[in-house]
Design a protein around this ligand. Structure first.
Ligand SMILES: [Zn+2]
Length: 396
């Protein structure tokens, strides 16, 4: 809904509220402003709206509206509108004024506290928001689930992973959130954060416990699988590490470039490079990521020398032309070429290399943010697991 439509709806709500107040026989307080004043205020507000000055319009409407049971929802809507327009201080004032009203109905008190908590989060006053939300949570009313959602946001911002996991688990116990993939992915990452902390302290057992918890939230979590593979590898369990890395390849094939390094190390330790070469050769035909070709070219060089690698690359590039593959081919061929051509080819190789290095290798599938580094949470849209390797990275 565009903002004009919101204002028009608000205006209608305000007029309805005014009409109710005007024509309902409710004993009025002594200091109540005359209805003529209020009506004049509505026209001033309307005038601001028509002149495209929504902030002034909102102020005037708030001034015109007395808080009573008929206008509470309108106040809540105006407060939320103020916050969305970046006027967090004013939103806080509106919501605090509502809360200060004696005898506020429990349902409204709950929704007002939730709104005030969102104001506090927007203003960076996280401890105040946390206190309000915990109160709502403790009361166990219908607002409990919203409170939990906002608490997860707060604990994630504060990097209080234990509490973030606790609130996520509580949310996921509700049938309507159970299948929320984003919630599950985020919870798995909180466990990974803890696992990484334990790994930094060399506490493999505790890290494994967190990874197990991460898998309970999201078995296909790439980060948890990479961590587990790393632990298995450092413990000398190379076969288990390969199994976990292969699982990533099956569930999230776009992450292949992150798997090649550890896979090569594990097969090396098992002294079974032919098996590794077989694996790469099998996946090559359907693999869009050029890093597999480079890894294979390297394996062929080690096994049968550079001539064999040149032949392999030539054969591959005629079927699937790629700049990265071409640079590798040039690198192998330059040494064997005519000295007159050598410096030109060297220059060409350097230029293509430079061109390729400038390209981003990862992209957020949610907001399109491009980066050279892999972030589990997108720095732009703050979503987990949305940044993925660009499959054609390095290709022309
Ligand atoms: Zn993003």
């Amino acid at each position: 809904m565009d903002s004009i439509a919101i204002y028009v709806l608000l205006l209608l709500a305000i007029i309805a509220g005014w009409a109710l107040g005007r024509f309902t026989f409710v004993p009025r307080r002594l200091n109540t402003r005359s209805s003529n004043d209020i009506f004049a205020d509505y026209f001033v507000g309307l005038n601001y709206l028509l002149n495209d000055e929504p902030d002034e319009a909102i102020d005037t409407f708030i001034k015109a509206l007395e808080i009573n049971s008929e206008t509470i929802e309108t106040h809540l809507a105006l407060g939320a509108l103020l916050r969305r327009r970046g006027k967090v201080d004013k939103a806080i004032q509106v919501h605090q004024a509502l809360l200060a009203r004696p005898g506020l109905d429990h349902q409204f008190s709950e929704s007002t506290r939730l709104q005030l908590a969102i104001d506090y989060i927007s203003a960076g006053l996280l401890d105040r928001a946390e206190r309000l939300l915990n109160d709502v949570l403790d009361e166990g009313g219908v607002g409990k689930w919203d409170a939990l959602k906002h608490l997860v946001t707060i604990y994630q911002t504060e990097k209080d992973w234990d509490k973030a996991i606790q609130c996520s688990a509580a949310l996921l116990s509700n049938a309507s959130f159970k299948k929320d993939d984003e919630l599950r992915a985020a919870a798995a990452h909180y466990c990974c954060e803890l696992a990484e902390e334990w790994l930094r302290e060399n506490q493999q057992k505790k890290a494994r416990e967190q990874i197990k918890k991460a898998f309970a939230f999201d078995r296909k979590n790439v980060r948890a699988s990479l961590l587990l593979a790393k632990i298995e590898q450092s413990a000398g369990n190379y076969k288990a590490a390969i199994k976990e890395l292969t699982r990533i390849r099956n569930n999230n094939p776009e992450f292949i470039s992150k798997l090649l390094g550890p896979l090569a190390e594990c097969y090396e330790q098992l002294q079974n490079m032919p098996e590794y070469e077989k694996l790469l050769t099998n996946i090559l035909p359907d693999e869009p990521d050029v890093s597999v070709v480079l890894a294979l070219s390297d394996l062929v060089t080690r096994r049968s020398g550079e001539e064999a690698a040149i032949e392999f690359l030539n054969d591959y590039l005629t079927r699937k032309p790629s700049l990265t593959g071409l640079v590798e081919l040039l690198r192998l061929q330059i040494e064997k070429t005519d000295p007159n051509l050598k410096s030109n080819l060297n220059l060409l190789q350097q230029m293509i290399d430079k061109l390729l290095r400038r390209k981003s290798t990862y992209q957020c599938h949610h907001c399109g943010y491009e980066t050279k580094n892999l972030y589990w949470m997108c720095p732009s849209c703050q979503k987990w697991d949305k940044i993925k390797p660009i499959p054609e990275a390095g290709n022309s």
